[in-house]
Design a protein around this ligand. Structure first.
Ligand code: PMP
Length: 439
């Protein structure tokens, strides 16, 4: 169980020193470095169910869950067995294999507008390829994205504009050509007027609108009623495609992802979807898909080129299939119970400590904003007390709870969060809420 003393992490500290010498910032994905909250991240040695064990032997309840994939908990026996069986038969064939077909069938069966998928190895590849397909199919170059939505580190999608007005994106990262960012129009989320205005000006040049199905990368900011349907209507009227990025929400918000909660009400099916995370079960498997006539534009059938040495990898597809098949109605019911127990307790303790906050939801996916007012767009999300979050985060970590190290991230739970794990989180909350105000 979680201890309330400060954790000793000599082995993590040593590894971080070694890592910094050979890996930029010591990490292979920036958010892992604790840049927003300070301090050294624990290096993880092993994970099982809801728990992580670091290289110093400290245990943590995991509320990151590998940023989404581990919906059944870590090292779930069904997934582990599928991986071992697949690995025994070989690691990569570079030729078609049965699990690729089974995984594609599973995705197509779950999300009604998706008739075909192409498997890739990361969410970034999925959105990058969907974008190329949209441009190829429409013969247009411009793309619309929303500030605060993350779609992976694709050049054209790293652009973000700070202000609430329609502007051409400036690169958010060094190394993104201005010409690439110039084709990206960044708009405020949940603002259909801004979308209408952009289409009024540039409608005939816009290949697609890409949006997170329900954004989770600025914290959880669900679409206001009518927003997604409005995007569908506007894109259709202008001959542009609508891409719904379900890399995070897919198979988490429901068995059919966010689409299963919102999309099935008439006529608002996006043209293309992207998936990742849960569908890979913790292995590199992701996908993009949609209507068969659009997907037929891809090589080898059509002119839009896309490929991958490890695409449809037999071990990754076995893991993904087992993970998806493990997502029973009981799993979704448990995610609801766990997320509400944790969110309600967090809210209660923050209220008792007098800390302004708001909890926002997309199905059972939630995040806690350190501000008193609801968040509808990225400008709202940025207006948080980030120092308060850092104090809260470190107090939770000291007590053995592994929260996302940023106030702009989802608190991910799994069906393996049993009562012991949930209670360990609940027990840590009063001290962490008090730590926000004791400075
Ligand atoms: N789209 C969304 C909505 C995501 O949340 C992410 C990853 N957090 C990505 C795309 C990129 O996926 P990956 O990290 O697998 O490249």
């Amino acid at each position: 169980p979680a201890s309330t003393t400060s954790r000793s992490m000599p082995a993590s500290d040593t590894l971080m020193r070694r890592a910094r010498a050979v890996i930029p910032g010591g990490v292979n994905s920036p958010v892992r470095a604790f840049g927003a909250v300070g301090g050294t991240p624990p290096f993880i040695d092993a994970a099982k169910g809801a728990w992580l064990t670091d290289v110093d032997g400290n245990r943590y309840v995991d509320l990151i869950c590998s940023w989404g994939p581990m919906i059944l908990g870590h090292a779930h026996p069904l997934v582990e067995q599928a991986v071992q069986e697949a690995a025994r038969k070989g690691f990569s064939f570079g030729a078609p294999s049965a699990n690729e077909v089974a995984l594609a069938e599973e995705l197509v069966a779950r999300v009604a507008p998706v008739e075909q998928v192409r498997l890739v190895s990361s969410g970034t590849e999925a959105t990058m390829s969907a974008l190329r397909l949209a441009r190829g199919a429409t013969g247009r170059d411009k793309v619309v994205k929303f500030a605060g939505c993350y779609h992976g580190h694709v050049d054209a999608l790293l652009a973000s504009a700070g202000s609430g007005v329609a502007t051409f994106g400036l690169p958010d990262s060094a190394g993104v050509p201005a010409s690439s960012a110039h084709e990206t129009i960044v708009l405020p989320y949940n603002d259909l007027d801004a979308v209408r205005q952009a289409f009024a000006q540039h409608g005939s040049e816009i290949a697609c609108v890409i949006t997170e199905a329900s954004p989770g990368n600025m914290g959880v900011v669900p679409p206001t009623p009518g927003f997604t349907a409005g995007l569908r209507e506007i894109t259709r009227a202008h001959g542009a495609l609508l891409i719904s990025d379900e890399v995070m929400t897919g198979f988490r918000c429901s068995a059919a992802g966010w689409y299963g909660l919102e999309g099935e009400q008439g006529g608002s099916a996006p043209d293309l979807f992207t998936f990742g995370k849960v569908m890979g079960g913790g292995f590199p498997a992701a996908a993009f898909g949609g209507r068969a006539d659009l997907m037929a534009q891809l090589a080898p059938e059509g002119p839009v080129y896309q490929a991958g040495t490890l695409s449809g990898n037999p071990v990754a597809t076995a893991a993904g299939l087992a993970n998806l098949r493990g997502c029973t109605p009981e799993v979704y019911a448990r995610l609801d119970v766990v997320s509400h127990a944790i969110a309600d307790a967090a809210s209660e303790q923050l209220t008792l400590a007098g800390v302004p906050h708001v909890v926002q939801w997309a199905g059972s996916m939630f995040s806690v904003f350190f501000r008193g007012e609801p968040v509808r767009c990225y400008d709202d999300a940025k207006d948080q007390d980030l120092a308060a979050f850092s104090r809260f985060f470190h107090a939770m970590l000291r007590q053995g709870v592994h929260l996302p190290p940023s106030a702009f991230e989802v608190w991910f739970v799994s069906a393996a969060h049993d009562d012991e794990a949930v209670n360990a989180v609940i027990d840590a909350l009063p001290g962490a809420a008090r730590a926000v105000t004791d400075s």
